[in-house]
Design a protein around this ligand. Sequence first.
Ligand SMILES: [Zn+2]
Length: 344
Amino acid sequence: MTIRSLRLPLAALAGLLVLTGCPDKTKTTETADTSAPAAPKLPKAPVFNADSAYAFTAKQVAFGPRVPNSKAHVACGDWIVRKMKGFGLKVMEQPFNAMTFDGTNIRCRNIIAQYQPTAARRVAIFGHWDTRPFADADKTKKNAPMDGASDGASAVAVAMEMARVLSQQPDSLAPNVGVDFIFFDAEDWGHDDTTQQGLKNQLDGSGTDSWCLGSQYWTKNLLPAGYKAEYGVLLDMVGAKGGTFTREETSRTNARGPLDKIWNTAATLGYSDFFLFQDTGGITDDHVYTNRAGIPTLDIYDHPSYGNDYFPAYHHATTDNMSIIDRKTLKAVGQTMTQVLYID
Ligand SMILES: [Zn+2]
């Protein structure tokens, strides 16, 4: 996860007021058979296994910080490729070199795994698999690397478990629908104005933003070539206990239809504690670039439900480790996203 853009979430309060309205309890007890509207029927979808997603998160963290140019980074990338191939998906790797804001030359790769690769209608699930090289938002250990359990690993884990359950139930998804799991590298080696004022951004004026290097490369070099999708969903920081997801501005502007579908599906499944009907301001993340590439993309990312902070306390801190990962959050996101694929 990256940084906020300038606008403030002025609409947030309005959303909160709606959510805190009191339900009429007496009515439901008196007329139990008619008072509650029947929940909309959802098509049958595979069961997303939260234990499995948790294990996929832990496995990535166990490699160590997945910082580009490190052995852990290469090993974890190889593991992601191997797992997705093992689920029967068509996997492509997109190697590239990049220079970061502090002048480091890094060797990277984006990883693309396609389910039902010949289907005409496509949905993209995006995430980033690298971790930030320093915990610059930490209270004390600002130069320490971080585990990136939620910021990095959780999104890959949710996508990987979606791929696993899809592959376990071949022919259950409509034959004309395909899913592309696209994992970007080098999302998180950016220059943060709020914590790194003393460091010069060497990419200033270069035409390249310091964040999201993998998605910037991919959108200029689409793989598969000419890639198109009906819509895309970026997952970022989707594993922390108490995580909440608000309706981010760039997502609302570019992918309102899919956003409503996902939030309404989450509500039907009972995950309204996670997917809040609350509007918040825009952030810089990989979806900014995939939207520019013509793929209407929304961002499901952990945004505090109150206060003025754009990111949770563990964001870019050493506390982003396995101790904050909660199966309930992984399940809410993973089951919702799996279900949405089965709704026309
Ligand atoms: Zn991040």
